[in-house]
Structure formats: structure tokens, C-alpha cells
Design a protein around this ligand. Sequence first.
Ligand code: NAD
Length: 375
Amino acid sequence: MRIGVPKETHPNEPRVALIPASVARLVAIGADVAVEPGLGLTIGFSDKAYEDAGAKICERTALFSSSDIIVRLRKPPQEEIAPLKKNAVHISFLDPFHEVSLIDALVRCQISAISMEMIPRTTLAQKMDALSSQANLAGYASVILAAEKMNKILPMMMTPAGTIAPAQVFIIGVGVAGLQAIATAKRLGARVEAFDTRPVVEEQVQSLGAKFIKMDLGETAQTKDGYAQALTPEQIEKQRQGMAKVCARADIVITTAQIFGRKAPVILTRDMLAQMKPGSIVIDMAVESGGNVEGSKLDEEVVIHGVRILGSGNLPGRVAFHASQMYSNNLTNLIEAYWNKETNSFVINLTDPILKGCLITHNGEIVNETIKNLR
Ligand code: NAD
């Protein structure tokens, strides 16, 4: 069975779906791996490095027509579905909640599409969980970006020339990205505060040495996968009021608040920005899913009331080498888990709990219950 890896087409995407070390693992289980010329150049892997690991170098068109499994990072351009082999497996992020016509194309062309964002959050599937592996690195990158942009330092310094107070960092949303942002800001010596609507997070925040901001918003809930559920407009308003003071004392605010499958909540308003210190930095990590900060723009810096708001997309791409390594491991763990060594093939079992969660289309229909129910 051939596993083909085309280059990413998005202009702002230095990450690579499969690195040579993963190629070697897949070749070892009996797969035939083919990669597009120049696949790894953005992170320093030459075609020779892939060949040495056992891959063949294959032009894009031939890659599509000869591969039984296509792996990528970002969702495929729709025009690249029809050239795939009938019944091929396609593994990548897919954005299945919003990509209606792309899903239709996958159905029409009888592609078995696995969506990496739909890997269930279970212990068994943790090693395949690319949302988490990328969010973790994004959390790190957000703090480094803020530190670079700020005209202050993060740690406390006592010097003969005077004492510098530690920077105040406020993290809103303490999922995978938020936890890593807290840990990174702490390592750099900042004083860190954090808030999340899921009360279970309090202990995790404290274990990292940060302060959890308590707010009584009434009943808040999380799904069985640990995702937050949306707040009511009244709860969001209460949250904004509770947060304004914390934002006002912060040098850096990082917002990571997301609701899985839905638009992110706006939690930092212009009024709140007006109360912040001029020169402080806000990083809106939810900018690609609608934004947590009023006025933030994707891949732009916007200054509102003297506060610099960065809506940097693709934060994991800032640390593309390690982000690629983690994503490549996630993919390889997934393929290995369903690889039958006797038949040398990837076997789709529709009753498997992990595949049930992340397989979206198969045999010319939508098989995923969540996505089917959106229609
Ligand atoms: P996410 O990216 O969906 O959201 C980020 C955070 O924003 C979440 O913590 C969420 O509660 C929070 N949020 C939502 N609305 C908010 C609001 N109005 N104000 C403040 N915060 C708000 O979350 P995630 O990073 O995917 O993680 C969700 C949870 O799942 C975490 O507890 C994480 O540890 C857990 N998880 C478990 C597994 C596993 O068991 N295998 C794997 C990954 C994550």
C-alpha cells in the first residue's frame, strides 16, 4: 500500500506532514512511502533525507494517482480530490464542521477521509491527538511572540541600577494551549494569572504556580471530551466585568478560549482594552475561529487604545520543526494502529471507537454521526 505525501499549498504553512524519521517507521511496517520533491525543505529536510529513510520521490500528479493513503496537514484543496484513487484514504485536518462542499466532494469521489481534529480525546487516542500536539506548541509560541513584541522583560531583576518588577501575564482559556502558555510564562519569570469557565482547571493552574481567577458565572459545563460548552450572553457579560480589572493590570493577555465546532466567544471588548495599560500586548489565539478580542485581525497587528493586539494565525508554524515532528508522530501512530502487517494494508473498522470519531466519509457516504447530524 502506498502512502503519498504532497507539499502543503497554504502560503503561510512551513509545517510538514511527515518527517524522515516517520517515513522510516512506516517503511519498517511494510508501507511504500512516496513524497513530493521538496516536501521537507521548509524545515531543513532534503529529498535525500527522505530517500535515505526509504521514501520514493514522486511528482504531485503521479502521487495522487498512485497513492492508497494521502497524508497532509491542512485540508486539501477541493480540486485535488477528484485526482485521487477511488477508495483512497485521506488523512489531514479537514474542518468538517464548516467544509460542506469539500465533504461532498470526498463523498462523491468515494474517499475515506479521516479528520485529525476529530480524533477522540481518550487515553488510547492521545498519541494521535494532533489538535493537542499543535495547541501545546502554539501556547509556547504565543508567549515567546508576546515577549518579543513587548518593550518590557518578563522576569523580576534586582540590579544595582534598580529593581524591575516581573511582568503580569493573564491567560484566558486554560486548555492545552493555555496550560503551556502558563508554563512558558512562568519559566520566563512572569507573574501569571489565568481563568477558564471550567472549574476543574483551577487545580491545574495552581499546580503550575499561577493564580486562578475565581468568578461566579452560575452553571458552566464541559462535554464528555473535556471541551467547554458555550456560555449564555448574560454569563459572557458577567465574565467580561470580572476580567476587566485583571486585564487592566496585565502586561500580556493571551486568549485561547474556544468552543469546539463553533465560533469562539468574544471576551475582550474595546471597553476592556481601554482600561488596559498602553503598550501592553494581547495575543488572540482564537483569531482563526472568529476571535476572542474585539477588533483583532488575522495575521495583523491592530492598536486599540494603545494596546497592541496580535492576531497571529498558525502559531505552531512559528516552531515548524517541532510542530512537524509532533504532527508526523501523531499521523504515524494513527497509521500504525490500523496497519495489518500480514496484508500490508490500512484497515478501516467502522466499529473501532477512534475511527468512529474521526472517519468522516467512507464508501460514498458521510459515516460520522456528528457531521451527518449537521445536515
Ligand atoms: P479548546 O481549544 O476547545 O478551548 C480552550 C480553552 O478555552 C478550554 O479550556 C475552554 O474551557 C476555554 N474556554 C471556552 N470558553 C471560554 C470562556 N468564555 N472563557 C474562558 N475560557 C473559555 O480546549 P482544548 O485545549 O482542546 O482542551 C479542552 C480540555 O480537554 C482540556 O481540559 C484538556 O486538558 C482536555 N484534553 C484531554 C485530552 C485527553 O484526555 N486525551 C486530550 C486533549 C485535551
